[in-house]
Design a protein around this ligand. Structure first.
Ligand code: DAT
Ligand code: MG
Length: 138
């Protein structure tokens, strides 16, 4: 049992680029615990819920389409302050400017679709983590 849990997704670009092992290795080296893990192709319904805070924004539709374009790896990750800690490991949303040393900064770049292909998702608060873990792990 962990004091805090977060939802991590390796997005379709991470799976397609064979970076699942690299990303999981970084999470494990940091010391967090993989509590549960699965590969899943998300339904539109799941993605609309997952990204409900972004509904109505110009990038919402392409984001939902991209996230459903192939399988993702969903991870229930545990550890003290893991929500904040994984966000730090992931780096800034835009991989072009994400700091070297972070997942997005080391492994990501702009592939012509703006900041959409940024390899990973991590919940941004305890409330989001609870809500998102329910969507992906029931
Ligand atoms: P994060 O994934 O760092 O929490 P977010 O919650 O603001 O970022 O946005 C969710 C995802 O939506 C993000 O990973 C990539 C995409 N996105 C965010 N801002 C965008 C923008 N201005 N243009 C295109 N895609 C964007
Ligand atoms: Mg977010």
């Amino acid at each position: 049992h962990h004091p805090e849990e977060t939802l991590v997704l390796v997005k379709p670009d991470g799976v397609q680029r064979n970076l699942v092992g690299e990303i999981i290795a970084r999470i494990e080296r940091k010391g967090y615990t993989i509590v549960d893990l699965k590969m899943v192709t998300a339904t539109r319904g799941m993605l609309e819920k997952h990204y409900e805070e972004h509904e109505g924004k110009p990038f919402f539709e392409p984001l939902v389409e991209f996230m459903g374009s192939g399988p993702v790896v969903a991870i229930r990750l545990g550890g003290d302050r893991v929500i904040e800690g994984f966000r730090a490991l992931a780096g800034k949303t835009d991989p072009t400017v994400a700091a070297p040393g972070t997942i997005r900064g080391d492994l990501g770049r702009d592939w012509g679709a703006g900041v959409q292909k940024n390899l990973v998702h991590g919940s941004d608060s305890t409330l989001s983590a609870e809500r998102e873990l329910a969507i992906w792990f029931g």
